[in-house]
Design a protein around this ligand. Structure first.
Ligand SMILES: Cc1cc2nc3c(=O)[nH]c(=O)nc-3n(C[C@H](O)[C@H](O)[C@H](O)COP(=O)(O)O)c2cc1C
Length: 367
């Protein structure tokens, strides 16, 4: 399982792992892939600084990357306090009423939940500044090409730039901006996602990009067979997100995630929904009583980014503390149907490689 991407990034296998957990990211890099740490959860640059120091010390000198979120259409800037004032009272009342009806308790005294601010350009720029002082091999951006000065600053340090694309037009505009790696992300994917399935999207993007950039496949990958299929469709590697949520290392970063993992392990590929209730932009989440409540008659529409996540930030914390798997609020893709146990990253990587090799042998036999 080797492609030119392995030489470009200095990795053994063309498997890139998006994850909000530094423990997962480091384990993927140690196992021969490229761990990419999602930075959006860091509202303070100092927290990210400490975590990247830890990554430098725990990746055995192997490369890793970071993922930032700088939406093309800049959301409102401002402090959490100012932005929170823009949230209508009707929305607040709906969230409060819904949590009560779902039986989600209040937070213990002294605990508070915060919404995500990492998708404000001012905060994301602080992530870039911190990341470029560390030993990173890649900066990826969701929701558009990163601004030109971010691409230039990365290239000046020899860091590759990647961006997610849900349509061929997005891919072409990334390449025109100087992006090195286009992540073709299909509809099946967890988190923010477009409307075109991987099977159709991937060859479209490969053809649209030609020799001008490397293409990696994202959305619905959780086996070596699917990696072989992605390479057959023209990709040079894969980018996986959901599959790492049910790893033992994930629990080391997010200690309260056992309930979430139980819910994912029990879910089938039919148990996700694409909805704007997480961030204000369409994102695929686990379908639960929480997501269903937003589809009932009388429920308000989601607010635009970044207000929606500020609205539900505390609700997410309350839900995660509640320990009730039937209300989990978690981005995950349709591949959740294959996530049937909580396992260490190294075991998953070994299985991906073995299954890929079996698939290629089978295809060779069919020639
Ligand atoms: C919990 C979760 C959070 C995500 N957050 C981000 C993010 O902050 N930035 C980003 O570029 N992609 C994010 N994604 C999308 C992943 O980068 C990736 O494209 C996607 O998970 C691939 O599809 P898969 O879920 O089928 O593996 C997220 C995905 C999940 C499951």
């Amino acid at each position: 399982m080797r492609t030119p991407l392995c030489d470009d990034l200095g990795i053994e296998y063309p498997v890139i792992a998006f994850t909000p957990s530094e423990h997962v990211a480091a384990a993927v890099s140690r196992a021969g892939g490229l761990g990419v740490l999602g930075c959006v959860r860091f509202n303070e640059a100092e927290e990210l600084e400490a975590v990247l120091d830890w990554m430098d010390a725990n990746t055995d000198g192997r490369p890793y990357g970071v993922d930032i979120v700088m939406p093309n259409k800049v959301p409102t800037e401002g402090s959490a306090g100012d932005l929170t004032e823009l949230i209508p009272a009707e929305h607040r009342a709906f969230v409060e009423r819904t949590l009560r009806e779902l039986g989600v308790p209040e937070l213990p005294e002294g605990e508070a939940g915060a919404g995500v601010l990492g998708w404000l350009h001012s905060v994301a720029r602080s992530h870039v500044e911190v990341a470029l002082k560390h030993r990173i091999a890649l900066i990826a951006n969701a929701l558009g090409s990163p601004p030109q000065d971010v691409i230039d600053a990365a290239h000046d340090k020899g860091v590759k730039v990647a961006a997610l694309a849900g349509r061929a037009t997005h891919a072409r505009s990334h390449v025109a901006s100087g992006v090195d790696i286009v992540i073709a992300q299909g509809y099946e994917a967890g988190g923010h996602t477009g409307e075109i399935a991987s099977m159709v999207l991937l060859p479209e993007i490969v053809d649209a990009v030609g020799e001008d950039a490397t293409v990696v496949a994202a959305g619905g990958i959780g086996s070596g067979r699917q990696i072989a299929a992605a390479l057959a469709l023209g990709a040079d590697g894969v980018w996986m997100g959901s599959y790492w949520l049910t790893t033992t290392e994930y629990l080391e970063t997010m200690s309260g995630s056992r309930t979430m993992q139980d819910a994912l392990v029990a879910a089938t590929s039919a148990d996700t929904v694409r909805t704007r209730i997480f961030s204000g932009k369409p994102a695929r989440l686990l379908k639960t009583r929480w997501t269903e409540a937003w589809e009932q008659p009388g429920a308000p529409s989601a607010l635009p980014m970044p207000l929606q996540n500020l609205l539900v930030g505390e609700a997410h914390k309350r839900i995660s503390v509640s320990g009730d798997p039937s209300v989990v609020a978690m981005p995950v893709g349709q591949i959740v149907g294959r996530m049937n146990a909580v396992r260490p990253v190294a075991e998953i990587m070994a299985e991906l490689v073995g299954d890929f090799e079996d698939s290629v042998d089978r295809l060779n036999l069919a020639r």
